[in-house]
Design a protein around this ligand. Structure first.
Ligand SMILES: Cc1ncc(COP(=O)(O)O)c(C=O)c1O
Length: 451
């Protein structure tokens, strides 16, 4: 019988984070002060983030110890998460490839985001902060922050992109159940939100606008720090527990990986899975595929240049692939991928040709999500379904070439709060394009039966 679930014991939960900075071919271009265009001072970052996070942002060590309090919570929250072989999907595709997926959906809040939320809340509380402010797109990050704040006795203030707030009402309820306060962004709580609303009362919101609101809130409220769910180096490295576990699990399964796949919004789940491998010469030849939506194609169509991380121009300027800080992406259901930029470290690795970016349409992605649900039983988050679509394509390519391949993808989250997306797909009303969508859904279904 095939061993389908590869589990580790709690003791094997990683004790360190992996830092990618010392493994880059050229030093990462520093964040710039938007006023002077000079590298930003640590003091400016300390106004926003806990000291330990600022230290990790520019750390030169290859490994950074995880505090015991954080590790305990990770274990209580289900780490190590299983690595699972997608036998049902393999059989459905009739592929010789072996497909594995990392179960970050197993976290209590439904995604990988709790890994870094726990660390950031811990450092903030230890340094005397009483309140965290943040933005959230699809709501996975906001849920993780609300729970992490509850664990450490902090207040959580969450600005949720309006379109997601409306599409995923129960996400807001989940955040409130954990004790957080959540408002749709653009909101009337900040001067910037009021300005955007005055210009366009029906604005769907973007991650860039919500970040600006959370930053304004942080600067104007006592005892508050800002907490970020992606993009910066300290956030990405706090996710590397994922890839370190995958490494141990593949070794236990006596598998040698060929391809790693993850979806990319700001880049944290992709980095969390791949950086422990990218930092290891033994895995130099693997294919690292970053998947984004065609609706928000930062890596595949953006420019590599300095840009703001938010829309109001309040963040330091970051050297990254960007569509421009004022880009408003279409209202796709993968709200966590509606971000104009990408992490500077991921951007640098794309420049070094060590990461290969690709993009898919919403329709083909959600169809892949349905195939995965039917064959593996798990409803993926629309963000994670991007990785599934790529895994299916690579597995079908392996079948055509009659060559076996070991494919590993990160299931960054479940889609239990995203049923409106799947409902729209099944009803043929995705994005209101009734007729064409229905036709395309049927065409896609044929393509899958002809596999
Ligand atoms: C389930 C899930 N996957 C992926 C992402 C994208 O973020 P990142 O690229 O930082 O992993 C999000 C963001 O909200 C998410 O909720």
């Amino acid at each position: 019988m095939i061993k389908t679930r590869i589990l580790l014991d709690c003791e094997e939960t990683p004790t360190h984070y992996v830092n990618i900075l010392p493994h880059l071919e050229t030093p990462l271009p520093p964040p710039l002060d938007p006023g002077t265009e000079e590298p930003i001072s640590a003091d400016a970052l300390l106004a926003l983030f806990p000291k330990e996070c600022v230290k990790q942002e520019v750390a030169t060590e290859k490994r950074i110890a995880i505090p015991e309090e954080v590790r305990d919570i990770l274990i209580r929250s289900g780490r190590p998460t299983p690595l699972q072989r997608a036998v049902g999907l393999e059989r459905y595709l009739k592929t010789p490839a072996r497909i594995y997926f990392k179960r970050e959906d197993a976290s209590p809040t439904g995604s990988h985001k709790l890994n870094t939320a726990t660390a950031q809340a811990y450092y903030a509380q230890k340094e005397g902060t009483e309140r965290l402010a943040t933005e959230t797109g699809a709501g996975q990050w906001g849920s993780a922050v609300a729970l992490a704040c509850s664990y450490f006795g902090l207040e959580a203030m969450i600005y949720m992109v309006r379109i997601s707030y409306e599409q995923k009402q129960y996400r807001g309820t989940l955040m409130r159940t954990y004790g957080g306060t959540v408002v749709p962004s653009p909101s009337d709580r900040t001067a910037y939100g009021r300005k955007v609303n005055a210009d366009n009362p029906d604005h769907p919101g973007t991650l860039g606008i919500a970040i600006s609101e959370a930053l304004e809130d942080t600067i104007n409220t006592a005892n508050t720090k800002y907490t970020l769910g992606s993009v910066l180096n300290f956030v990405l490295l706090q996710q590397t527990v994922i890839g370190q576990e995958v490494k141990a699990q593949l070794a236990a399964a006596e598998e040698t990986p060929d391809v790693f796949i993850g979806c990319v919004g700001g880049g944290s789940n992709f980095a969390g899975m791949t950086y422990p491998f990218l930092a290891d010469d033994k895995f130099r030849e693997c294919d690292y595929i970053a998947v984004e939506p065609t609706a928000c194609p930062s890596l595949t169509k953006g420019e590599y240049r300095y840009d703001f991380g938010d829309t109001a121009g309040m963040t330091p300027k970051l050297k990254m692939y960007t569509l421009g800080a004022d880009f408003v992406p279409p209202k796709i259901h993968a709200g966590g991928l509606r971000y104009h930029g990408v992490a500077p470290t991921i951007s640098a690795l794309v420049e070094e040709s060590r990461i290969r970016p690709i993009a898919y349409d919403q329709l083909e992605v959600l169809n892949a999500g349905v195939v995965f649900a039917k064959t593996e039983g798990v409803i993926p988050a629309p963000e994670s379904a991007h990785a599934i679509k790529a895994a299916i394509d690579i597995a079908l390519e392996a079948k055509k070439k009659k060559k076996s391949k070991v494919i590993v993808f990160n299931l960054s989250g479940h889609g239990h709060f995203d049923m409106a997306a799947y409902g729209a797909l099944l009803d043929g009303t995705l994005n209101g394009e009734d007729v064409s969508t229905t036709t395309q859904v049927q065409r896609e279904a044929v393509a899958f039966t002809e596999r």
